[in-house]
Write a protein that binds this ligand. Structure first.
Ligand code: BGC
Length: 421
């Protein structure tokens, strides 16, 4: 027996080194993503590890920049020049835009073999399909409408955790008076809009949010409710520090982690930073829904699309990638690091912390209660051109001196209309 096995492997390795046969299942997978912060990098390293364990070679195509705007620009130029990567992090309605370009691979065979329709909640699988066919594979569900709190800063300031916008400003005043920065913020358009959509939801509620950011209804965008939300949003600025302009989101999270700031409005990728810093929820930091949004859940689903590429190797690599991403082992370890919850319904939440458990319960409950809504700031509610138009109007207002909220609402309407037609 021993002789035979040895003999066989000797023949195989001789054939391999002579180039007579190729490594049957191995492929190079080039994956575009924008996961470069501490918590994000730890998460994506798990994907690399699992793929390499299957014999594939990981070619990292990381383009830094929270929210992924820079990554999308780089991706477009690669695809236009006829050289797309194996897979790319693309989310929400943008998947439809890429589908329209006719450059995506059909993942139905692997999806059917693995039963994705049964494993994924409808709200997730819907986003992954183009023209009824799977073209993307989901890695997680992020909740966006979180407020991250440093309880020590609150205690030292004598502030209470806010559940309404009025309470928020009372708390912010106390934290400021105690010498801390109330709100850790990074002045970048996607971060401005992440904070803004929380205010819109908190002030207007889910129906209003949907009219404005999903239906793009001009009356909603130009309404008194929107004007009130814009005013509250702008009022928050005086509770941020002078270094906010241009700051990366993870550096803002670090201000909450190290006790310089009291709060941050951010999706639960921020939890990846707290986790990477060894902090524990309920003790070192708290996750609470943004004011006025307790029963609502703004979702942001990360996913990878595969491009249609020639060659068996490419197809095999894509299949390995899709199967790995959907595996319960990956969905667990990745999301433990990333701060999100698994996209699959059947992954045990036992190893997850209280914030993730709450997110999971609220995700299920909000789907039942019809309070589950797509994040505008994270590309879930509109096409990228409309999202860009809203970002511009919001950020311009946030930074402008002397512009009224009424003017900003009117700007938003015209920018959205111009982007749509
Ligand atoms: C992505 C997250 C990412 C965050 C910051 C979001 O749009 O969905 O995965 O961590 O941007 O880069």
């Amino acid at each position: 027996m021993m002789m035979k096995t040895l003999g066989l492997s000797a023949v195989l390795s001789a054939a391999l080194s002579a180039g007579l046969i190729g490594p049957a299942l191995a492929a190079e997978v080039e994956v575009l993503h924008w996961w470069t912060s501490g918590g994000e990098a730890k998460s994506v390293a798990e994907l690399k590890k699992m793929l390499e364990a299957k014999g594939d070679t990981w070619k990292d195509f990381a383009v830094a920049g929270g929210g992924g705007e820079s990554a999308m620009t780089v991706l477009k130029s690669r695809v236009v020049s006829g050289n797309p990567p194996t897979a790319a992090q693309i989310k929400g309605p943008s998947i439809q835009e890429w589908g329209d370009e006719g450059v995506l691979a059909n993942l139905d065979p692997v999806a059917e073999a693995e039963g994705w329709d049964k494993l994924l909640p409808g709200v997730v699988s819907e986003v992954m399909k183009y023209d009824g066919h799977y073209v993307a594979v989901p890695v997680n569900v992020h909740r966006v409408n979180w407020l991250w709190v440093n309880p020590q800063v609150f205690e030292k300031s004598g502030a209470e955790i806010p559940t309404t916008w009025d309470e928020f400003f009372v708390a912010a005043d106390k934290i400021k008076a105690a010498g801390f920065t109330p709100v850790a913020h990074g002045g970048q358009p996607w971060q401005d809009s992440t904070m803004f959509e929380d205010v819109v939801l908190g002030v207007g509620g889910v129906d209003f949010y949907r009219s404005a950011f999903v239906d793009l209804d001009a009356d909603a965008l130009n309404s008194d409710t929107m004007i009130e939300a814009l005013e509250i949003f702008k009022r928050i600025k005086q509770y941020t520090d002078e270094g906010a302009s241009g700051r990366d989101w993870n550096l803002a999270t670090a201000m909450v982690i190290n006790g310089k700031a009291g709060m941050q409005f951010m999706g639960d990728w921020a939890k990846g930073e707290f986790t990477a810093a060894g902090q524990v929820p309920g003790k070192d930091y708290l996750c609470v829904p943004a004011p006025g949004t307790t029963n609502d859940f703004t979702f942001n689903i990360d996913s990878f699309v595969m491009f249609s590429l020639s060659g068996d190797d490419a197809g095999k690599g894509q299949e390995n990638l899709a199967v790995t991403i959907m595996s319960p082992e990956f969905q667990e370890i990745f999301n433990l690091n990333k701060g999100s919850i698994p996209a699959r319904l059947d992954v045990s939440m036992d190893k997850f912390d209280d914030c993730a458990k709450k997110s999971n319960q609220d995700f299920i409950k909000s789907a039942e209660d019809n309070t589950l809504i797509p994040s505008m700031a994270h590309g879930m509610s509109t096409f990228s051109s409309v999202q860009g138009a809203i970002f511009d109007a919001v950020t311009q207002f946030y930074n402008a001196d002397g512009m009224t909220a009424k003017e900003a609402a009117a700007n938003m309407v015209s920018a959205v209309q111009a982007a749509r037609y």
